[in-house]
Design a protein around this ligand. Sequence first.
Ligand code: PXP
Length: 245
Amino acid sequence: MALLSVNIDHVATVREARRTDEPDPVWAAVQAELGGADGITFHLREDRRHINDRDARVLKETCGVRLNMEMAATDEVVDIACGLKPEQCTLVPERREELTTEGGLDVLGHRDRLGDAVARLKDSGILVSAFIEPSRDQIEASKDAGFDAVELWTGGFAHARCADDVACSLSLLQSGVETGLRLGLVVHGGHGLTYRNVSRVASLPGFSEFNIGHSIVSRAVLVGMRESVGQMKSILERCAPRENG
Ligand code: PXP
């Protein structure tokens, strides 16, 4: 069964709406862990709009499950990651004007620059993943650049509005998973997954982990983080493909 890594950025988004000290994303991470999360994901953005350096440090000190740090491949953040040593770093595109990460990294177009960041992170003992669209070219380029894993962007599926587009995006994801596994990459998925849509993607064989944030944090406001994570875990368990156990 695919693991669930809970993205807690939006707990910090609420905190930053008032530039105060609550709610604390570190407390949310503890609750997510108690609810059954297999990992905690956070994005240390260059503009620090939600998670900040203190959060990253305290998460590293306190988190009992795998820590996945999303980040742009800039020198400043790579330096921080090499010092922090989370279990995994996921390189993502970052634009200041975006609401959240939009689409995947262009590994094909920036193979050399990304390859340098990957090498530095791997030298620090960190598993490195590329957040990319599920295209064969980008998956092959990620392998060439030295990534250990790819996180396939599931936004295309999440945003699909008609049955044909849904079927087409699921088939792209399935062939992306197969390409990744054939190249020896670990394959994750994430973006736009919700309680309503996750079962279609989680039923596809081959995914190791899903990174889910907004939907879980949204439900946590109503039912609490422990409960909201437990509910998402139950769905993943129910629809896990037999191949993955
Ligand atoms: N994976 C990556 C690489 C992301 O950047 C994000 C958003 O921060 C997510 C997964 C989670 O997306 P969502 O908040 O839509 O579940």
